[in-house]
Structures are given as C-alpha cells and as structure tokens.
Design a binder for this molecule. Structure first.
Ligand SMILES: [Zn+2]
Length: 266
C-alpha cells in the first residue's frame, strides 16, 4: 500500500513540519542517476543495475503514453538499505503520516520519494516515481487521477497497460454486484488517508479504460492532463466521464487476467 502526501509546496496540511536536523538523517552516501531522477542511498547501486534501467524506461513510458513534456522540477529518491531505518526516519520526520512502505512527498524544498530496499522496491518505486513525475510536470493533479495513474504504471511488464490483478479482481467482483462507478465520489476525496482499496481499484479502472478502450477516452485524458500543465485546475472530470460509466463496467468485465507474472521480481 502506498500513498501520496502533499507538503507545504501544495498548501495542504499533514506533513509540512520535519525535525530541525531532518536533512542529516536521509540516505545520501551514494548517488546514481536514472534519467531525470536522482537516487540517493546508503548503499551502492550500480549505474547499470536493473532497477536503474527499469526506472529510465518507466520515465519514457510515462512521458510517451501521457504525451508530457520533460519534467520542469527535479525528482529525488531517497532509498534506505533497510526497512527499520526507513520506518524510523519516517516516524520521526513525518509523525502524522500512517506507516506505508513508500511515500512521495512534495514540499517547498523538493519533490522526493522515500522507500527502502526490499522485496517490493521495484513496484513501490514505479508507483511513487509516477507521482513524482506528474508533480514535476503538471501544476496539479486530482488525487484519484494521481493514484489511478500511479497504479497503472506500477504494473511491471514489457509494455504499458498490463493488468493489475488485485484491482481487476476487485472491480470484476463489484461488477457482478451491480457496481455503479461514480467519478463524482472519487473527485470528492481530497485526503489520501481516506482513499481505500476500492478507490485505488476504481481509479486504476478508469485510467485503464481511458487509455485502452477507445480513442475518445485517451483523447479526453490527454486533453485533461494538457490543461493541468499550466493550470491549477482543469475543472471537474465528472461531466466528461460519467456518461462512460457503463462502458467502464463492460471494459473491466471483459478483461482477462493473464499477467500475474508481471509482479514477479526480475
Ligand atoms: Zn500513490
């Protein structure tokens, strides 16, 4: 489970304050570049490590799929060698945040991802870096779309758009129980701590539908993102998407999950 936390840069509450010596506690002994992203860690990561190649490819996939310009702000990744060290840092630095394996945190200082080297690191970094790149490129992103895109791009595989098995199961189960998707409900959630697994699944479902069901959907999504490049708001997505809710249910119901292997480690 992952979440995004906006800091002072975005004018929201919850994670503005850190300890006075917060800079001293981050893992900064080593540094390696992955495309436009700098990864700092307290263990060595080779320039040609598989994770570096994967994150470089991820950035290309995001910018190509969403037709985004190069990021205008740098994105940092702080990667701890162990989970306990990471948990301790996060608890002391951002005490109001619930414990999660990884975070993207935007503050007035920087856009930064925090996580640790563990069995889920590739998926977690894919998810959080998607947040980072969106916020480094756009003026703002609605929470549900931010999470939907992060869930979409966290799925590993040779191409983009592979299915997210957990979300697909959730949505297909809902579809059998007269699921009536509401983009208005998702748009109404502005606190990431109120975003539950059903919300993540629905957001992923909308993004997958928009990018893969028909060209109209992709055009609507790209137009919306284009407006957000230079504006703090592109208005509500509700009017544009709600007429598609039955097509969303049909899209999800017709998907066949054959991509479990994409979650295995390389
Ligand atoms: Zn997230």
């Amino acid at each position: 489970m992952v979440a995004i936390c906006f800091g002072a840069l975005f004018g929201l509450t919850g994670c503005q304050s850190g300890p006075q010596n917060w800079r001293d506690k981050r893992p900064v002994a080593h540094s390696v570049q992955a495309g436009n992203v700098t990864i700092r860690s307290n263990f060595v990561i080779a320039d040609d490590a598989p994770i570096i190649k994967e994150l470089e490819q991820l950035q290309l996939n995001i910018t190509e799929t969403l037709q985004l310009p190069p990021p205008r702000d740098p994105v940092m990744v702080y990667l701890f060698s162990g989970e306990s060290e990471y948990r301790r840092y996060m608890r002391k630095t951002w005490p109001s945040l619930p414990a999660r394996r990884a975070y993207f945190i935007g503050t007035s200082r920087e856009l930064a991802v925090y996580s640790f080297h563990g069995p889920h690191v590739e998926v977690d970094l894919r998810h959080e870096l998607t947040h980072g790149l969106l916020h480094a490129t756009l003026n703002s992103v609605p929470l549900w779309l931010d999470e939907g895109l992060a869930e979409y791009f966290e799925v590993r595989g040779p191409t983009t758009g592979n299915l997210h098995p957990e979300h697909l199961r959730t949505l297909q189960r809902a579809a059998r129980k007269n699921w009536n998707p509401s983009i208005a409900r998702l748009e109404g959630i502005v606190n990431f701590q109120e975003f539950d697994r059903q919300d993540y699944a629905e957001s992923w479902g909308w993004v997958h539908f928009l990018l893969h069901d028909n060209p109209d959907g992709k055009r609507i999504l790209l137009d919306f993102l284009s407006q957000l490049k230079n504006s703090d708001s592109a208005g509500s997505f509700q009017a544009k998407l709600q007429p598609f809710r039955h097509q969303l249910v049909a899209h999800v119901s017709g998907l066949k999950d054959s991509t479990e292997q994409s979650f295995l480690r390389l």
